[in-house]
Design a protein around this ligand. Structure first.
Ligand SMILES: Nc1ncnc2c1ncn2[C@@H]1O[C@H](COP(=O)(O)OP(=O)(O)OC[C@H]2O[C@@H]([n+]3cccc(C(=O)O)c3)[C@H](O)[C@@H]2O)[C@@H](O)[C@H]1O
Ligand SMILES: Nc1ncnc2c1ncn2[C@@H]1O[C@H](COP(=O)(O)OP(=O)(O)OP(=O)(O)O)[C@@H](O)[C@H]1O
Ligand SMILES: [Mg+2]
Length: 289
């Protein structure tokens, strides 16, 4: 997400409370009310814009399964209310070649039941970009950086579909990822609407459970799955942090001091990812930890 507000004078104030305020996390959620509020928001915004619906990459992971389900429910309710079928939720499969947990992605599609499913293999486009990079620079991009190429290619495909079909691009940014800046800038971080913003990981799980999602889709280990050499690398391993502790932090619980500091240092280091491009008129960067 690139639109979050500022954190002035973070050094002088309660950092955890300011972060929770910026990321809009509730200590506890009323699961049914949260589902209803987010569906209603999607319906209202759709009507406001005049767009024909939404598009989202479906990976088979927790976040896109929840976001996709909310979107499909919103669109289906709109179609029932208007009496015609002019609104669409389009789910997109975007594997890099063959995805190791393709079965989960298919289960997610079965659960969400999108109005339309498109399948685009991003491998040819990513490989072509990587090859041209080497040709131009004489250097080889790291596996880690190629991971970000994949995330940005997925963003591009979703924006192409949105433009062609008159849709809005959904994103899966939520508080636990925003807290750590654990997303690719202008990749999965780029979207038009972020329906699960403000939720932590366990709140998202509770919502999927209430929506009747197959259990294995919300109990599986979250993975960005971007690196060729480490397929399915768990986020927690890549981050060196547990979602349980990130979720606790976001709910306002006290953590061991060193954990708290590590989280806050990461939040500060990734501030640029939660904002628009820095300009002469910005000074948020001067107040960081
Ligand atoms: N201080 C600063 N002010 C303004 N801009 C700054 C900056 N520092 C770097 N930058 C810019 O930001 C770029 C680095 O950001 P970025 O390209 O995002 O790259 P980076 O943050 O290095 O990597 C993305 C991370 O997100 C993870 N990820 C990605 C996608 C999905 C998921 C998932 O959970 O599924 C996780 C991925 O595993 C990796 O750890 C730099 O190359 C530079 O252009
Ligand atoms: N293979 C893929 N196919 C389609 N979309 C993808 C794929 N990989 C990532 N995405 C998109 O990028 C987003 C970011 O990935 P991320 O891993 O954070 O979410 P997730 O896979 O839905 O859930 P989890 O964090 O639990 O793995 C996804 O929500 C999805 O929209
Ligand atoms: Mg994932």
């Amino acid at each position: 997400m690139e639109t979050m507000g500022n954190l002035p004078n973070m050094k002088q104030t309660n950092i955890q409370e300011q972060i929770r305020e910026e990321l809009k996390v509730k200590q506890q959620i009323d699961v049914e009310a949260e589902i209803r509020a987010r569906i209603d928001f999607l319906k209202a915004y759709l009507l406001h814009t005049g767009a024909r619906g939404f598009v989202l990459g479906l990976s088979g992971g927790q976040d896109s399964t929840l976001t996709g389900k909310l979107a499909q429910l919103a669109v289906a309710e709109r179609n029932t209310e208007s009496g015609n079928q002019d609104m669409l939720f389009m789910g997109v499969r975007l594997p890099y070649g063959v995805q190791m947990d393709e079965a989960d992605a298919q289960d997610a599609i079965g659960f969400i039941n999108p109005g339309r499913v498109i399948h685009v293999d991003i491998k040819p486009a990513v490989d072509a970009a990587v090859e041209q990079f080497t040709k131009a620079t004489g250097e080889r991009q790291s596996d880690f950086h190629r991971g970000n190429v994949k995330a940005r290619e997925r963003m591009k495909v979703q924006y192409d579909l949105a433009a062609h079909f008159g849709l809005l691009v959904l994103g899966t940014d939520h508080a636990a990822e925003a807290l750590t800046g654990f997303f690719t800038k202008h990749g999965d971080g780029a979207c038009d609407v972020a329906p699960i913003f403000g939720l932590n990981k366990r709140q998202g799980r509770l919502m999927l459970q209430a929506l009747g999602c197959p259990e294995h889709l919300y109990t599986k280990k979250p993975t960005a799955d971007l690196e060729d050499l480490k397929p399915g690398l768990p986020d927690e391993e890549a981050l060196g942090m547990e979602y349980e502790e990130l979720d606790d932090y976001l709910e306002g619980q006290e953590l061991p001091e060193d954990t708290q500091h590590r989280i806050e240092a990461r939040f500060a280091a990734t501030a640029h990812k939660r904002k628009g491009p820095v300009t002469l008129y910005d000074d948020w960067w001067k107040n960081l930890l």
